[in-house]
Design a protein around this ligand. Sequence first.
Ligand code: C5P
Length: 231
Amino acid sequence: MAKDVIIALDFESKEKTLAFLDRFTDVKPFVKIGMELFYAEGPDVVRAIKERGHKIFLDLKLHDIPNTVKKAMKVLSSLDVDMTNLHAAGTIAMMEGALEGLTREDGSRAILLAVTQLTSTSEERMQQELLINATMEETVKQYARNAKAAGLPGVVCSPLEAALVKEACGEDFLTVTPGIRFADGDKGDQVRIMTPEKARAASDYIVVGRPITAAEDPVAAYNRCVKEFLG
Ligand code: C5P
């Protein structure tokens, strides 16, 4: 399994994003395009970044009725992305529909991941606001098992829960983990976090946004991340 660092391109325009990517002259990092950039620029920005040779994780976190998600995934299947996702909370039926929609006629498809619980959600909020009575660990494990039952190859979860997910769903089940912070860095709004080095044990991919995009020297921050994560 190829482990990698994915940079979250949380910028508001194509111009800013491409200017950021221009700084990477030696490597073509795996990048994540999220809602902000996709809603601002549409599918064109995905094609432009793909043309530059980057692998792309299209992070739109779909969550709707199964038929709507299936049809939306069918549209996304025409974009040449490597990874995309949805919310496991949408149920197994929704995830099955998504997988069907995402699969092209030749049987190929992007890696489809399910978000378990957002890394910005604390157990306390999950229990008090969402009335989920289980612990965060039990909830994440159950959502991961549901994703596996629907035929998905992995989940997006906190690095703190990646080992649990592997335990519940097997070593080959992918864990993609945001909520990564350097030991000497700023937490921001993230709650359930870990350093790249510690994430190494159970994460297949780490998703890193602000610790790289807001760094004074993003290329150096990316290289530090790769070094800490891949060893
Ligand atoms: O800047 P930061 O490193 O916190 O960025 C993390 C990225 O990962 C953001 O783009 C955020 O939307 C995404 N993400 C997350 N938690 C999840 C799923 C995705 O933080 N559970």
